[in-house]
Design a protein around this ligand. Structure first.
Ligand SMILES: C[S@@+](CC[C@H](N)C(=O)[O-])C[C@H]1O[C@@H](n2cnc3c(N)ncnc32)[C@H](O)[C@@H]1O
Length: 195
């Protein structure tokens, strides 16, 4: 990624995230953003695709949204990012604008369980990064908006293996999916929709 404007915002968000962790803020008050290498992974996944439509569930303050939108923009694609925490909505909007990526993002405010049913399908890629206990239900809901060949990337499957191990196993045992755990950073479950 060579966009200096977006890289500047990402660097600031990385510094803010490190500061929040160092001060020991409780998780619900932190950005809880993906690791920088996961951000680069998401960028690399979508950058080669033409007119890629990404559904992001759990946008927080916009860190992963910016990586995804910067990648999508190359091929004329777009990210629809869902977030419900009122304390984060204005900040993420400002971060995406500072990065110059407003045109490549649709920021949807509200609970994903309510907003997903209203979204126009299909999406090519879904990035799932919300509360771990909700992954199963959010996957099933998001699946109604995917098509054959869509990809779902779920974060934290190794860092929260006690909760998300079952999520990975269910995806890997489903004959209508092809799924593998990628041991990058906190662990990504990469799931292709076959049927
Ligand atoms: C781990 S953080 C996401 C970090 C973000 N992907 C990033 O890398 O910058 C999880 C986010 O999901 C949001 N979230 C959790 N459940 C949600 C739901 N049902 N609908 C919308 N947002 C949700 C939380 O408010 C939180 O900001």
């Amino acid at each position: 990624m060579h966009d200096e404007r977006a890289l500047g915002v990402l660097a600031r968000l990385e510094a803010e995230d490190a500061d929040e962790r160092e001060r020991g803020l409780p998780p619900m008050l932190r950005a809880r953003q993906v690791a920088p290498t996961t951000g680069r992974f998401l960028f690399s996944l979508v950058a080669p695709l033409r007119e890629c439509r990404v559904l992001e569930i759990g946008g927080s303050r916009g860190y992963s949204t910016i990586w995804l939108a910067a990648g999508c923009r190359i091929g004329g694609g777009r990210v629809v990012s869902l977030e419900h925490d009122a304390a984060k909505l204005d900040v993420r909007r400002a971060n995406v604008a500072d990065a110059g990526l407003e045109a490549a993002c649709e920021l949807v405010d509200g609970d994903a369980f309510e907003t997903i049913p209203r979204l126009e399908p299909p999406f090519d890629v879904c990035f799932l990064d919300a509360e771990k206990d909700d992954y199963e239900r959010l996957f099933e809901l998001a699946r109604t908006k995917l098509r054959r060949g869509s990809l779902v990337v779920a974060d934290n499957v190794l860092s929260h293996e006690e909760t998300l191990g079952a999520y990975s196993r269910a995806r890997q045992e489903d004959p209508t999916l092809a799924s593998v755990t990628v041991p990058l950073d906190r662990g990504l479950e990469l799931t292709a929709v076959l049927g």
